[in-house]
Design a protein around this ligand. Structure first.
Ligand code: SF4
Length: 336
């Protein structure tokens, strides 16, 4: 790994500080950002409107910092999974999901995860470190489909709100004019419900939010998601109720159905009661069995009955299409 610092992942404030402390004019920061996030260059030498002297100065301590993927797997349904190396001889996965005129990238925010959800392969792997903003953003910059991306979801490996500072830098770059210039509506951050990070996200950011719910009952959710103990979902919902999700920003709830565990109408009714005063949608997810995890998946009919019940109660509920299961790229299957 290169010992020089990556420029990729730096916000405009960081670039301004960097150029000023290197004795360059302030406008060089804008030039660097344009080459990094607009032109998506691979080297400082390609930043041709910056003087050669200043490029050489930059090269003393910095690199662009893009890292190529080392493995690519293509699913029968067109989903593509990429394996990226990060520092410390570790790896992360990202998943590109093409769908008609949309191209969504599912991004990782940590190497592994601390939260150890019972159904999740990443959780079983344990936690081996935070990703820097450069590693997170590199996933969007270094896939061949980078220019075709329309949406980004932070639903890959890790809990994004456990890495808030680096996440927020990436969100700033994605949504600012100096960066990708995207609307926050093209981005969804998914969380298991870490309240400290969620408080900051709700107060400081405008991107869509997805909450992993999986059971309306405390004890049952606790058995699936240990995070329910320090941060019960009732407290997460009380926090969400303080914000307006009826206009620009959306909140959705992710619900994986396990056969005989949380897929009957009693659960659907409890879910409807729990969320009745929150403008939201529920995404039902078919469980993708992974080796070493003994949980039964619900069948397609159970998902339809569950969805129709919630729709009949006035809650927008959809069944999320399963993508990339044959290459272990579907929800909860990522691990390195
Ligand atoms: S489901 Fe998400 S929060 Fe839970 S262990 Fe897996 S990556 Fe972590």
């Amino acid at each position: 790994m290169d010992k020089k610092e990556p420029l990729t992942g730096k916000t405009m404030d960081e670039l301004k500080f960097l150029v000023q402390s290197s004795g360059m004019p302030a406008f060089t920061a804008k030039q660097i950002a344009k080459w990094l996030y607009g032109k998506k260059v691979d080297s400082i030498d390609e930043m041709t409107d910056i003087s050669i002297a200043h490029r050489n100065k930059l090269k003393e301590n910095y690199t662009v910092g893009k890292t190529a993927f080392v493995k690519k797997q293509v699913s029968g349904d067109g989903t593509v999974k990429y394996l990226f190396p990060v520092s410390g001889n570790r790896f992360i996965e990202s998943v590109f999901i093409p769908d008609k005129d949309r191209g969504t990238l599912c991004i990782s925010s940590q190497v592994g995860c601390k939260l150890n959800c019972l159904f999740c392969k990443t959780g079983k792997q344990g936690f081996s470190g935070q990703l820097q903003a450069s590693d997170i953003l590199n996933q969007a910059l270094s896939i061949p489909e980078s220019d075709a991306l329309t949406n980004v979801v932070f639903m890959g490996m890790g809990e994004p709100l456990d890495n808030v500072d680096e996440l927020f830098k990436v969100l700033d770059i994605l949504t600012s004019d100096y960066g990708f210039g995207w609307s926050p509506k093209r981005i969804t951050v998914s969380t298991a419900g870490l309240i400290p990070g969620l408080k900051r996200f709700l107060a400081e950011r405008q991107e869509h939010l997805a909450i992993s719910l999986h059971s309306p009952y405390h004890e049952e959710r606790l058995s699936l998601m240990p995070v329910e103990k320090p941060y019960p979902v009732t407290e997460v919902l009380n926090l969400i109720r303080q914000y307006d999700f009826s206009r620009q920003r959306r909140v959705s709830f992710e619900y994986i159905l396990f056969s005989g565990l949380n897929d009957d109408l009693k659960h659907a009714a409890a879910l409807a009661r729990l969320l009745k005063d929150i403008p939201c949608r529920i995404n039902l997810i078919r469980y993708h069995p992974v080796s070493g995890i003994d949980l039964p998946a619900s069948d397609a009919n159970s998902l339809i009955i569950f969805r129709d019940y919630l729709n009949s109660k006035g809650i927008i509920c959809t069944i999320r299409a399963s993508k990339g299961e044959d290459i272990l790229a579907a929800c909860g299957m990522l691990a390195t």
